[in-house]
Design a protein around this ligand. Structure first.
Ligand code: PAF
Length: 281
């Protein structure tokens, strides 16, 4: 496994693979790898000749009062996990590589970027789309892997790839839960034992929502109200609890076909998101 930090070194390695006709799977991450990332890496490993993992805590996707500085960074451990998972290249650029002085260009998936998390994290998805576009240009992967815990991010990347004509094959992979049901996330590290117990209410709320729908509730506002009431007993702030169309991310009124129940809350100082897709026939 090679660990490279510059675009030049990355592309020299990639050229070697390409001249041999080898396919490249790409897993962009911000590091602090967990079971969710590993599931993406394992799938990339199965589906490609070579696997590239980028580790870059992207400053442009954090708001001024968010956790950029304290976001967990653990390159040694990440490298060990990647080696074990048979990753070929880890790319860990410095911020100045990705955003040289006078960097001015950004990619904004305008409508999707303003919904759901975009409302209380202005600029977040612009930062995500910009860095992913740049990484796609540098790696030119055959396939790229993203987890569906960040469902809105997945929709935005799909739209961005379509709008800008990236020919990468996008693979969106199921959300992975830890043993107690909490969706795997690097931010789970921030939770105290007591907060973690309360955070389990997210998944319980989603399952309650699914049960309501399965038992015949079709009014989305009613599902949202019940889940909000339930969650308010456990979490410190509810950013949103919403039932949306899984493709357009627009709110639905009547539930039919497939819907996504999406939640974002704060427990202590930690912002957590989760979602569950529910289909009715
Ligand atoms: O999902 C993440 O870890 C990040 O948003 C991503 C896609 C690596 C972009 O920084």
């Amino acid at each position: 496994m090679k660990c490279v930090i510059t675009r030049g070194a990355l592309q020299r390695q990639l050229r070697r693979f390409r001249t041999r006709g080898e396919s490249i799977g790409f897993v962009p991450t911000m590091g602090d790898l967990h079971v969710g990332h590993l599931s993406l890496i394992h799938r990339a490993r199965r589906e490609n000749d070579r696997v590239v993992v980028s580790i870059f805590v992207n400053p442009k996707q954090f708001g001024p009062n968010e956790d950029y500085r304290r976001y967990p960074r653990n390159l040694k451990r990440d490298a060990r996990l990647c080696r074990r998972a048979k990753v070929d290249i880890i790319f860990t650029p410095a911020a100045a590589q990705i955003y040289p002085a006078d960097f001015q260009t950004s990619v904004d998936v305008e409508r999707f970027g303003k919904l759901l998390c975009g409302k209380d994290r202005p600029g977040h998805f612009k930062g995500v789309a910009t860095v992913v576009a740049k990484l796609f240009h540098w790696v030119v992967p055959d396939r790229a892997y993203f987890g569906l815990k960040d469902y809105q991010q997945a929709v935005i990347i799909r739209q961005m790839a379509r709008d800008l004509g990236f020919s990468v094959g996008l693979r969106f992979c199921p959300l992975v839960r830890e043993g107690d049901g909490l969706a795997a996330s690097s931010r789970n590290r921030y939770l105290s034992v007591e907060e973690r117990k309360r955070a389990l209410a997210l998944y319980s709320a989603l399952k309650r929502g699914r049960e309501l729908i399965r038992r015949g509730t079709r009014e989305a506002a009613l599902v949202e109200r019940k889940l909000r009431n339930y969650l308010s007993r456990f979490v410190d702030r509810i950013h949103y609890v919403t039932v949306v169309d899984p493709d357009s991310l627009e709110n639905v009124r009547r539930i039919r076909g497939s819907v996504l129940i999406a939640v974002a809350v704060r427990v202590g100082k930690t912002r957590l998101i989760d979602n569950l897709k529910v289909s009715v026939h």
